[in-house]
Design a binder for this molecule. Structure first.
Ligand SMILES: NC(=O)c1ccc[n+]([C@@H]2O[C@H](COP(=O)([O-])OP(=O)(O)OC[C@H]3O[C@@H](n4cnc5c(N)ncnc54)[C@H](O)[C@@H]3O)[C@@H](O)[C@H]2O)c1
Ligand SMILES: [Zn+2]
Length: 613
């Protein structure tokens, strides 16, 4: 991989991480982890892998942690676990300690924090977090009382599945919303009032099992199952750590993780159940996805009633109907997936017509598709996708969107024409009407990256990662008139994909032009050609602005740097060249910049370098 490709990968990881920490992930954890492992394979020493992936809560007070809050190394395979145990045993032998004991606990999947009894703070970048003490006043329950140190804010999983799953895609998104926002979402408020959002100190996490290294290696699958089936919170693995304090001291930590701790990541638990019925859901691109309603079955702590079968081809080829027994798998996500068919039974039924618009469906490879552009369910999903990917305004959940579309406002153009009184007339309450009108305004004025804007249209084969790539070569204004030949030259865009992207853009060109005319506050992806051509001292350089800026606000300075061909970043990484500091800069950022040999500039030095241009 070329250095520029590695930089591109790291920039992408930074954006994904940022979106994830804000409670609106753009890709699945598995997809993200795979990109991280890809980076590890080509650049094992890259600074991105050597530090805690940072989170930011703008506007919150910074709090320095007495001891850094680190990430955890991961073992995806038996081999990686065995190597960990061998490393630990070697250190134990050097100390003359007998057989080592390991404690296993569920790895809670929420938002990490530290409560000293007075101040409650997030992990932040590991060294400096953000104060979120107000979370307790909002109703987060401190398990075991206040002042229990580090732990995780989590939602009770069975409660989430029963009452919240239709409003939030993942419990973590709900938790991030609770701590980051001053106004509480009505559903989140209900969960808090019901006492279902907890701060769980790691020291108390149950179940906890202690085993020796031999048993750990030989029985890790059963141990993981035992741990995960005994916990009613979202989890994403099992934390395994050495118990001996002396040994922990000796092993110490890297800047990223403790050497005496590892997280076992497994493929997920499986269970067998029987299909009761198959329902069909219409997606944003017209794919009709089968959802199997199954005999309720317990699986990693939850009761499963619905299982996705990915695409209609599975129902057809595997012969799934009422009575079919299936094996299902759950690996972190809320809705489990079909793993295998144990015994095909029952009558297979494939729909001929779209459950939403009633028009005839057609097969495209394994997918049953509704090709009606005006299909109501597709329109609802497209609008929902728009707000989710744009990610800068709340309040447009699927229920709300359905109500709006139901009243005849069935396009993005139409939604953006609505004002407060229109929402009132549709039957939304006064507060919600105001919130919705404000959210529309905010989505236009709050800065958003141009690649999110483009990806939010839901153009086929053009997700967030590829939108970024595209916009590095073609400015957004030229996108509506794009031809396949413009795309084929871009690395990673094959001939077929280019044709499908161009065709999809052609279909949506009117909407894209309309939305461009609404003057969203877009942060531009620098064009590769400009970066090479711009004659400025920062062309092609990676720059992070930090602290409170004196010479104009940060956004203006970032926009100017972009015009001058810089790659503006939000976190210091190995691809950063300059850290430009305003007032009140956190020591952690400075230290990291120092370690990575990033040039640190004051605002004045920076402007001087630009020749005050
Ligand atoms: N989908 C995305 O776009 C995206 C983006 C970034 C990160 N991620 C996910 O986030 C994870 C990496 O982020 P990370 O560094 O925050 O987390 P991590 O997976 O490295 O876990 C480390 C954290 O686990 C916590 N923890 C939970 N249970 C614990 C227990 N019982 N004992 C001790 N500690 C416990 C600690 O706070 C610790 O900081 C990956 O799993 C990745 O998939 C996803
Ligand atoms: Zn339809």
């Amino acid at each position: 991989m070329k250095k520029s490709d590695i930089n591109e990968l790291v920039d992408l990881l930074h954006s994904y991480n940022q979106a994830y920490r804000q409670g609106a992930p753009l890709v699945s954890d598995a997809e993200y982890d795979q990109l991280v492992e890809q980076l590890r394979a080509v650049a094992p020493d890259h600074s991105f892998l050597q530090a805690v992936e940072p989170e930011q809560f703008p506007g919150r007070r910074e709090v320095r942690h007495p001891v850094p809050m680190l990430s955890i190394e991961k073992a995806y395979t038996q081999d990686q676990l065995e190597r960990f145990v061998a490393r630990v045993q070697k250190e134990a032998d050097a100390l003359g300690i007998g057989p080592v004991e390991y404690r296993l606990t569920p790895k809670l999947d929420g938002l990490a924090g530290r409560d000293d009894g007075d101040i409650f703070a997030t992990r932040g970048n590991g060294e400096v977090g953000y104060e979120i003490s107000s979370a307790f006043a909002k109703g987060v329950v401190p398990i075991g009382g206040r002042g229990q140190g580090v732990g995780e804010i989590v939602v009770v999983r069975s409660y989430f599945e029963q009452h919240m799953a239709e409003f939030f895609e993942h419990p973590r998104n709900m938790v991030v919303g609770i701590v980051s926002s001053d106004t509480l979402n009505e559903n989140a408020k209900r969960a808090l009032d019901d006492g279902m959002v907890h701060f769980y100190p790691y020291s108390q996490v149950k179940p906890s099992i202690v085993v020796d290294g031999k048993k750990l290696i030989e029985q890790h699958r059963q141990l993981v199952d035992e741990i995960l089936s005994g916990v009613d919170y979202p989890t994403d693995g099992v934390v395994t750590e050495v118990t001996n304090e002396e040994l922990k001291q000796r092993m110490g930590a890297t800047a990223h993780h403790y050497r005496w701790q590892i997280a076992i990541k497994t493929k997920g638990q499986t269970a067998e159940t029987t299909v009761v019925d198959v329902q069909w859901q219409v997606g944003r691109t017209g794919n009709i996805t089968p959802v199997m309603i199954v005999e309720p079955v317990p699986l990693s702590g939850a009761t499963i009633r619905r299982v996705t079968a990915h695409h209609a081809g599975n129902i057809r080829d595997l012969g799934i109907g009422p009575g079919t027994s299936i094996e299902i798998i759950r690996s972190g996500e809320v809705i489990p997936k079909l793993e295998a068919v144990v015994e095909a039974r029952g009558e297979v039924h494939l729909p001929d017509t779209c459950p939403s618009c009633g028009l005839l469906l057609s097969w495209q490879n394994d997918f049953l598709k509704c090709t009606n552009q005006h299909c109501r369910a597709q329109i609802e999903q497209r609008i929902s996708h728009w707000f989710r990917i744009l990610g800068n305004a709340d309040w447009f959940g699927i229920k709300t969107i359905q109500k709006i579309v139901d009243k005849g406002h069935d396009s993005l153009e139409a939604v953006y024409r609505l004002n407060e009184s229109d929402f009132g007339e549709m039957g939304f309450g006064p507060v919600q009407s105001k919130n919705l009108a404000e959210a529309i305004a905010i989505s236009r004025t709050k800065p958003v990256e141009d690649w999110r804007f483009l990806a939010a249209f839901g153009i086929s084969n053009l997700g967030t990662g590829d939108s970024r790539k595209l916009l590095a070569h073609i400015p957004l204004e030229n996108v509506p008139a794009i031809e396949p030949k413009d795309l084929i030259d871009i690395k990673g865009f094959g001939e077929k994909t280019s044709q499908s992207i161009a065709a999809s853009i052609r279909d949506m060109a009117g909407t894209i032009v309309h939305m461009l005319d609404l003057n969203f506050n877009l942060q531009r992806t620098p064009l590769v050609a400009d970066q090479e051509a711009v004659d400025s001292p920062i062309a092609g350089k990676g720059i992070v602005f930090t602290g409170k800026m004196i010479h104009g606000d940060r956004q203006t300075m970032q926009a100017r740097a972009r015009e001058l061909g810089a790659r503006v970043q939000t976190a210091v990484s190995g691809s950063t060249d300059y850290l430009v500091c305003g007032e009140k800069v956190g020591a952690a950022k400075m230290n990291k910049a120092g370690k990575l040999k990033v040039a640190i500039l004051t605002e004045d030095q920076y402007l001087e370098m630009l020749g005050n241009s």
